[in-house]
Design a protein around this ligand. Structure first.
Ligand SMILES: NC(=O)c1ccc[n+]([C@@H]2O[C@H](COP(=O)([O-])OP(=O)(O)OC[C@H]3O[C@@H](n4cnc5c(N)ncnc54)[C@H](OP(=O)(O)O)[C@@H]3O)[C@@H](O)[C@H]2O)c1
Length: 344
């Protein structure tokens, strides 16, 4: 979108309730100024997450007028009083939990969620706390960097922080969305072998090209858990993004003493769990909600060291955010969907 906003104004998306519907609208607001400890960022690009879709559809209730979207990358235009970490021109990246600096999570650290409990990045200009942003990987475009704060960090935490994946481990990733494709990339970078599942044979070919050794179509092989266990001898780490329907199969796929990171809700939020098989196999399961500022910096360092690049499915213009979400809802994508900012 090239159409400029009028002087001192900017374009921003907001989530608004109209009757029983929740709608994503584009409006003009005053361009913000950074307060003490804040930076003003010109948005270069944002990426879509399943969580953002839940916010804009009203599945996750939020305040009327909330600016949605957690993941954005851009350039610092101005700094507020007392800001020491950033200068005008720095390329920065949002964080999902801007108050979670380091350590384990607690209520205070998870209270503010970008694009959910506080305003997000779907605007021409955004004000963010200086401690709530990180640098971008060296040499990355804003579009590439915008893929990282939610999906990549969750995958990083699943594979590296909680999963502690070692060379030679088998890692299973489910589907071909943002989290799973990054999980494949981090697992391969750690020297692990990967089993990928998908509803699409075409997408499985792409996952094979990215390094998946075993590919299983979960539609034509609904008992993919037993299949994965037979082919590998048992999976060490399972990146569980499906939820109740996939958890049963994940428990079957896991090796004795294996580990599952519970991340997603793609098949819902409750269901039956084969508890006896879970304890007979002496499995471990860890719940994961994204990660901290320190984890984001560790991940960026590892990305640079391993020369990783994100898998970008498609880029849309700022005006096409609704179309971008339609594309995500169709599950037509593999990896990340990007929406570019408005050029300065
Ligand atoms: N806990 C956290 O911190 C956290 C963070 C990020 C995301 N999440 C959750 O993780 C999930 C994935 O998020 P995302 O952003 O990666 O979503 P996404 O990019 O929209 O990915 C969706 C993909 O999931 C796959 N899928 C759908 N149903 C499936 C099933 N029954 N079995 C296996 N795969 C299935 C499909 O892949 P195919 O087309 O290949 O079949 C689909 O394309 C969501 O539930 C999201 O809420 C949680």
């Amino acid at each position: 979108m090239r159409a400029k906003s009028s002087e001192g104004k900017m374009k921003t998306y907001i989530v608004q309730t109209e009757g029983s519907d929740v709608r994503l609208k584009i409006v003009e607001r005053d361009r913000p100024t950074p307060g003490p400890g804040e930076v003003l960022v010109h948005l270069g690009a944002m990426s879509l997450n399943y969580h953002d879709m839940a916010v804009i559809r009203g599945d996750i209730p939020t305040a009327d007028g909330r600016v949605p979207m957690s993941d954005g990358a851009g350039t610092v235009l101005a700094i507020g009083a007392g800001v020491t970490q950033w200068r005008e021109g720095d390329r920065v990246l949002s964080t999902f939990f801007p108050d979670w600096a380091d350590g384990t999570i607690n209520i205070a650290k998870r209270r503010n969620v970008t694009g959910d409990t506080i305003d997000g990045v779907a605007a021409e200009y955004i004000v963010l706390p200086e401690k709530g942003v990180t640098r971008q990987p060296e040499g990355w475009s804003h579009a590439e960097a915008s893929t990282l704060p939610c999906a990549a960090l969750t995958a990083w935490r699943a594979v590296v922080v909680e999963g502690k994946v070692k060379p030679g481990d088998w890692v299973l990733v489910q589907g071909t969305g943002g989290v799973s494709v990054f999980a494949l990339q981090f697992a391969r970078a750690a020297g692990a072998r990967v089993v990928a599942t998908s509803s699409s044979d075409k997408k499985l070919e792409a996952m094979r090209d990215l390094g998946a050794e075993i590919c299983i179509n979960y539609r034509s092989t609904p008992k993919w858990g037993a299949e994965a266990a037979n082919l590998t001898g048992g999976i060490d780490q399972i990146v569980e993004v499906g939820g109740p329907e996939t958890l049963k199969e994940s428990i079957k796929a896991a090796r004795l003493g294996g580990h599952i990171t519970m991340i997603g809700v793609l098949t819902g939020i409750k269901g039956e769990v084969p508890t006896a098989m879970f304890f007979q196999k002496n499995l471990h399961m860890t719940g994961v909600s994204v990660g901290s500022h320190a984890m984001q910096l560790d991940m960026i360092r590892a990305i640079e060291a391993n020369d990783l690049r994100p898998v970008i499915d498609r880029e849309f213009s700022f005006a096409e955010l609704n179309e971008a979400f339609d594309h995500q809802a169709d599950q037509a994508h593999l990896g990340k969907i990007i929406v570019k900012g408005i050029e300065d």
